[in-house]
Design a protein around this ligand. Sequence first.
Ligand code: SAM
Length: 284
Amino acid sequence: MNPINTISGGTLYIVATPIGNLRDISLRALDVLSAVDIIAAEDTRTTAPLLTHYSIAKKIMALHQHNERAMATKVINLLAQGKSIALVTDAGTPGISDPGGALVRLVRDQGHKVIPIPGANAAICALSASGIDTPHFLFYGFLPASSGHRKRELEALKSQPSTLVFYEAPHRIVECVADLADVLGMHRQITIARELTKVFETFHSCVLRDACAWLQAEPNRQKGEFVLLLSGAEEDKGEVSDWARRTLTLLLEDLPLKQAVKLAAAITGESKNTLYALALALKG
Ligand code: SAM
């Protein structure tokens, strides 16, 4: 057997598991899960059916967000005794918007070997089939739960030219998309990737202006798991659309320049700087 495929004692394996479809697991992942001494799982109730499906009977211990650091000591002791351990989370790749990062740091600090077993990841899965042709993307994961914090973090991302990738839970999907529209502007392109690898897998692309209405048009569209892909900020070439020019012209008739620019930017999603320069030009 290729030595890279033999299971070594004193090693922590970071094993990606499916994000929906149970068959999305690698042969190597199954080999490792079958051969290690212990599996550390985010939620033993979620991992048990996967192991049963593949006829893997193994000792499982719980390692989740709330006990990760405490359990790291236990994992390190077991590794020191020469045990092999696999870390899995509920879905996808451990450490990616999931527990794992802190454990890996602590295990590496103690000089133990950590081996990744790659596989499913919701962000990459969504990007790969979205039709977004981008050389760069910024994986952000979950935005904050409160609208105020969420908008503040979005402000910091607003001028980022790379495609933005977010995770979102179903109970927050509509308010999150509404905040995306508010902060990033109505004209940004969004792809809503829902229930990937599952029966109701859906990809829907539109501009942010239309995204909330699409989600609300059918209650099932707000259910399940979501990845949101947002086109990056356009390079500010100092050009504005006819619509933005007309909006600004109308607002300038009744409002002071700064207020007209602020409103026009909020309505049209155009850059404030560009609209400001145009407003000055229009005012002569
Ligand atoms: N570690 C995982 C990964 O590698 O993608 C992510 C875990 S994170 C706790 C769970 C979030 O990932 C969900 O709320 C959702 O945003 C996204 N996600 C996971 N599975 C998904 C799926 N099948 N379809 C769409 N999004 C999914």
